[in-house]
Design a binder for this molecule. Structure first.
Ligand code: ADP
Ligand code: MG
Length: 364
C-alpha cells in the first residue's frame, strides 16, 4: 500500500513527510519526500509546551481534560500544521496514500513511569484529510514494559539487508539513537545521548541562529575538557540498554560559563562522546557507522564522531537512503505494520517483554 509518513522530532525544526510503497515487511519502495518548516512563533509555542509538560505530574498529562492552556495550544498547532503539510505535499502527487503514519510531537517521555506523550489529534487529521491515520505509536510498547523508543530500528534493519556487519545505524535527531546489527542478524537499539537538541538550545540562547549550520560555530571554538567531563558524569551513560531519553534529560549548566563558540564546540564533542559511550555498550564494536538525521549535516559533529567512535563513518545518503526523510519513511512503514498487526518493537530494541505491535487507527 502507499503510505504517507509524517515525523515531527524533538528538534522542533518542522515536519518531515515521505511516501512509501510498502507491505510493512521487506517490500519498501520509496517515493517523494518533503519538509514543512515550523515558523519561529510555532517553535515558541512548542517550547513553552515542552517546559510546561516537564513540570506536570503524569496523571495530569494522561488526562486531556486536565491539560493547561499551553498544551492545548500546542496540540491544536501540531494538528493544524500536519494538516497543512500533508495537504500541500499531496497536492503535488498523482497517487494518493491510503494510510498516514502520524508520529505527532513528543512533549515528554518518562519511561520510568511508563508514560510518553505525543500530541496531535489523529482523529481530526483523518477527518480533515479523508485518509485513515495511525497515531500513538509508542504507548503499546510501554504497556508491554518497553521504553516506547526508539522505534526506527526495525526499519533500519529492514533497509540494511545483507550489508556487512557488525554495523551501527545512528539517527542524529534532537536525540541520538543507535541501531546495532550483528553478523548473525541480532539487533540492539537505544538512545545514546543528545545529538542536536541541546546544541540547538544553546544556539537559541546565545546566538541569533536556531542551529549551528554545518557546525561552523563549533569549528571556531575550543572544547572545554572539564565541562565535557562534567556532562559525561550523567548517570544515563552507566545504565544498560535498552534505554531512552527525554529531550530535557540533559541541561546546559556545565557549559553556561563558556563563550558561544566554546559552548558549541563542547556540546558537539559531548554528542559524539555520548555516542561513543553507547557504542562501547554494544556486544562488539561496529566496523561501520551509518549516519542519518539532521545532525549529519553538521560537519563538526561528524568529525568528532569519526574521531571518538573508532568506526568507519559513512553518511546514509552514500547508501542511497534519503537521509532527511528516513524517519518519516520509518513511520510510514510502521503504520503499514500496525495495520497488519506486525511488531513495531522487540525486547532488544525497546526492552518490551515480547515483540509488540502498536499504533491506534483513526478511520477517515
Ligand atoms: N546544515 C545543517 N548544519 C548543522 N545542523 C543541521 C543542519 N541541518 C539540520 N541540522 C540539525 O538537525 C536538526 C534537525 O534534525 P532532525 O533529523 O529533523 O531531528 P528531529 O527528528 O529531532 O526533528 C536541526 O534542528 C539542526 O540541529
Ligand atoms: Mg526534524
Amino acid at each position: 500500500m502507499l503510505v504517507l509518513g509524517m515525523m515531527s522530532g524533538t528538534s522542533l525544526d518542522g515536519i518531515d513527510l515521505a511516501l512509501l510503497d510498502t507491505d510493512g515487511e521487506e517490500k519498501i519502495t520509496t517515493g517523494a519526500s518533503g519538509f514543512f518548516a515550523y515558523q519561529p512563533s510555532d517553535r515558541d509555542i512548542l517550547r513553552a509546551a515542552l517546559l510546561c509538560a516537564d513540570g506536570l505530574p503524569t496523571d495530569i498529562l494522561t488526562s486531556r481534560a486536565a491539560w493547561p492552556t499551553p498544551l492545548i495550544a500546542a496540540e491544536t498547532l501540531i494538528t493544524q500544521r500536519h494538516f497543512e503539510a500533508a495537504r500541500d505535499f499531496l497536492a503535488q502527487e498523482k497517487r494518493q496514500p491510503q494510510l498516514i503514519g502520524f508520529h505527532g510531537q513528543t512533549l515528554t517521555h518518562r519511561p520510568d513511569e511508563a508514560m510518553t506523550l505525543q500530541i496531535g489529534d489523529g482523529a481530526a487529521l483523518a477527518a480533515q484529510l479523508h485518509i485513515d491515520v495511525i497515531g500513538d505509536f509508542r504507548s503499546a510498547d510501554m504497556r508491554a514494559g518497553g521504553q516506547g523508543a526508539p522505534l526506527v530500528p526495525l526499519f533500519h534493519a529492514a533497509l540494511i539487508g545483507p550489508l556487512e556487519a557488525p554495523l551501527g545505524v545512528v539517527n542524529l535527531g534532537g536525540i541520538a539513537n543507535v541501531t546495532y546489527l550483528s553478523k548473525d542478524g541480532a539487533i540492539l537499539a537505544f538512545d545514546t545521548g543528545p545529538a542536536n537538541a541541546l546544541l540547538d538550545d544553546w544556539m537559541v540562547q546565545n546566538t541569533d541562529h536556531a542551529y549551528d549550520a554545518n557546525g561552523a560555530l563549533a569549528a571556531q571554538g575550543q572544547v572545554d575538557e572539564a565541562a565535557l567531563a562534567a556532562l559525561m558524569q550523567h548517570d544515563y551513560f552507566a545504565k544498560a540498554p535498552p534505554k531512552s531519553l527525554d529531550r530535557l534529560d540533559f541541561d546546559l549548566a556545565p557549559v553556561a560559563h563558556l563563550s558561544a563558540a566554546d559552548g558549541a564546540a563542547t556540546l558537539t564533542a559531548f554528542s559524539a562522546q555520548a555516542l561513543a559511550a553507547g557504542l562501547a555498550q554494544c556486544p562488539q564494536q561496529p566496523s561501520r557507522l551509518i549516519l542519518c538525521g539532521g545532525g549529519r549535516h553538521n560537519a563538526s559533529l561528524c568529525q568528532h564522531i569519526s574521531r571518538v567512535s573508532g568506526c568507519a563513518v559513512v553518511l546514509c545518503d552514500d547508501l542511497g537512503w534519503a537521509g532527511d526523510a528516513l524517519e518519516a519513511q520509518a513511520f510510514a512503514w510502521l503504520a503499514a505494520r500496525s495495520l497488519r498487526g506486525l511488531p513495531l518493537s522487540l525486547p532488544q530494541t525497546t526492552g518490551a517483554r515480547q515483540p509488540v505491535t502498536g499504533g491506534v487507527l483513526f478511520k477517515a
